[in-house]
Design a protein around this ligand. Sequence first.
Ligand SMILES: [Zn+2]
Length: 289
Amino acid sequence: MRINNAAASALALILAACGGGSAEHGETGEHGGEHAEAAEGHGPSLGPLEAHAAEHGPAAPHGAAAGGDANHWDYMHQAAWAQVAGACGQGQEQSPVNLSSAAPMVEMPDLAAHYLAANGNFVNNGHTLQFNPAQSAATLMIGQQAYGFAQFHFHSPAEHTLDRRAYPAELHFVHRNSQGQLAVVGVFIEEGLENQALGALLASIPNGQGEEMATHITADLAALLPPDRAYFAYAGSLTTPPCSEGVRWNVLRTPIQASAAQIAALREALGSSSRHVQPLNQRTVVLGS
Ligand SMILES: [Zn+2]
């Protein structure tokens, strides 16, 4: 399925959140730290925030960003997200959350990513670096349920924390099923060996922001997953405005590795791009195996 299927309203929400729009540049100053909220469970914000100054970001898909504000936000002023139309300030099932390695182990459906190498565009949309496939040939099976691959993007540092510690980065593979429901696979990136698949992406980071600056690449999706597919499962939300809920989260327990230089390059390109950890409230996170 196509990422830019305008009829897919749920997917449009993801696109509105991650795929376009401009960062707020009137109120805040991308360089300012005077109102920076204390990050909960995250490491220090490193990297140039200039990466987020997206005054020329592409237009967002219509229909999802009710109120027209869903694209005007930044990571330095997350308390202001509550004023954006959506669930950011009100939702009780928000993401990301802290994950505990002591989470109850439950027999869960297998997570089977039928990923092929995919051609597409790698774009800096002002909030993240995102790969949009030209056509989706990739499917995620969660048990018997099929979800089509829509896009992947990065966050640095990681959004989900594990035992209150944040990995240097996190990949989100976004999928959608035929009912419009979203499933995201989160993959932590830890410092270690150089990662070839990531290296190919880093070599193709677009020089500017917006779809017109995107680079055309082939992404080796399967190479960005660890072999062990044990995963933390819970019901959550988009981690960017409008923070819509009903997202099936599957965060892989095992990280992939990247070299220190690769992580630094990713951090430099992304800036700090993580939502603060949200309360679990009544939810339970389980560890599926
Ligand atoms: Zn994400």
